[in-house]
Design a protein around this ligand. Structure first.
Ligand code: 4NP
Length: 170
């Protein structure tokens, strides 16, 4: 793998304080577990900028810590033009996905924008969240536990995809 450029990922939600920092932390932990640090680079951002510079929401940090994952990011904003910097841009919900497409007019770059849960091998057509990671911000602590589980399952599937489809072509 030495000499190949890393695969670059950006997880995107609305505020970049709940879902996408959780995805960034989980994916980084999985990449470390697999000894792929340096081959896969992980980032996150929000389509909204209200929380820029803030650490992840305390409830997201607490849920992640309970599962052995530390969330260390600071909120940043995804801007027009940013898609070109990543191999894959992983949207948490359909609204994030639409916003990212609006920021990315180029057809060849739009193909990089996908729903994170499309990588969950257990995702079913009758999924209660319609294939999205639901926004937990205005709900209770149990929403954060569910969000962690949904993101974890999808990130394991994403890692499998990177290992079998993308890393061998580098
Ligand atoms: P996130 O959750 O998109 O998962 O970070 C939210 C955080 C903040 C807001 C909305 C969603 N907000 O409206 O400030």
């Amino acid at each position: 793998m030495t000499g190949s450029p890393p695969i670059t990922l950006c997880f995107v939600c609305l505020g970049n304080i709940c879902r996408s920092p959780t995805a960034e932390g989980i994916m980084r932990a999985l990449v470390e577990r697999e000894g792929l640090t340096g081959s896969i680079v992980v980032d996150s951002a929000g389509t909204g900028s209200w929380h820029r510079g803030e650490p992840p929401d305390a409830r997201a940090r607490a849920e992640a810590a309970r599962r052995g994952v530390e969330l260390q990011s600071r909120a940043s904003t995804f801007r027009a033009g940013d898609t070109a910097a990543y191999d894959l841009v992983l949207a948490m919900d359909h609204s994030n996905h639409r916003d990212l497409l609006d920021l990315t007019p180029e057809p060849e770059l739009r193909a990089r924008i996908l729903l994170l849960r499309s990588f969950d091998p257990a995702l079913r057509p009758d999924d209660p969240h319609d294939g999205a990671v639901p926004d937990p911000w205005s709900g209770g602590d149990e929403g954060f536990a569910e969000v962690f589980d949904l993101i974890h399952a999808a990130c394991e599937g994403l890692l499998d995809h990177l290992r079998t489809e993308m890393l061998p072509r580098r």
